[in-house]
Design a protein around this ligand. Sequence first.
Ligand code: HEC
Ligand code: HEC
Ligand code: HEC
Length: 133
Amino acid sequence: MSVRRYAIAVGVVVLAGLVGMTVATGEVPYPDIPKGRGEACVEDTEYMRRNHMTLLMHQRDDTMHKGIRSKRHSLKECLDCHAVAGADSTPVTVADPQHFCRSCHDYAAVKIDCFQCHASRPERDTVAEAREQ
Ligand code: HEC
Ligand code: HEC
Ligand code: HEC
């Protein structure tokens, strides 16, 4: 295991521990992860916590080259369900610290460049849609 891998593994365990601790003690949640919409995530929540990056990465996989793409693990889908309402009650962009992806990343000092190209909020206002349901 490389030093980086090891550091990451420890980080994930610490993060998971914190999430668990928050639930157990009822103290102010930190990191405060906004709840996703619907019954469940595209995979088991625990699995997603640890492995969402693997599902999303596309540099080396077939998606970009062969056009094979499963809607199930699409970034757009993630943001539809994980949209967070800002002060004006429409979905925030990644510029806002409340953004779902930043809720953990800021805390874990993870930097991603995905939103230089990809939209960081849903095309439709899924927050309003959920309110109307
Ligand atoms: C340099 C621009 C660029 C960057 C940076 C980038 N992508 Fe993409 N990505 C694309 C393009 C172009 C496509 C193919 C067109 C499409 O389907 O949106 C794509 C497709 C995808 C897809 C499949 C289609 C979808 O909507 O889900 C996923 C998943 C994805 N990218 C995730 C990521 C993640 C995660 C990161 C950050 C680690 C990232 N991308 C960074 C340009 C980029
Ligand atoms: C159908 C709606 C839906 C879609 C699509 C979806 N999620 Fe989720 N996600 C949820 C729900 C519901 C949960 C569990 C409740 C919660 O947020 O703690 C969850 C949990 C998570 C968690 C764990 C949060 C925590 O509290 O530790 C992560 C990380 C996550 N999702 C990432 C993603 C990513 C990345 C994608 C896209 C590949 C995605 N989700 C797609 C609804 C969704
Ligand atoms: C439950 C907390 C949590 C949430 C929510 C979360 N992440 Fe992460 N993410 C992490 C942690 C911790 C790491 C670093 C661990 C690692 O790299 O193995 C990480 C790493 C990543 C990486 C790999 C970065 C790299 O350079 O290795 C990508 C890509 C990523 N996340 C995308 C996303 C996207 C997109 C979202 C929002 C849809 C999101 N994450 C939401 C905790 C989270």
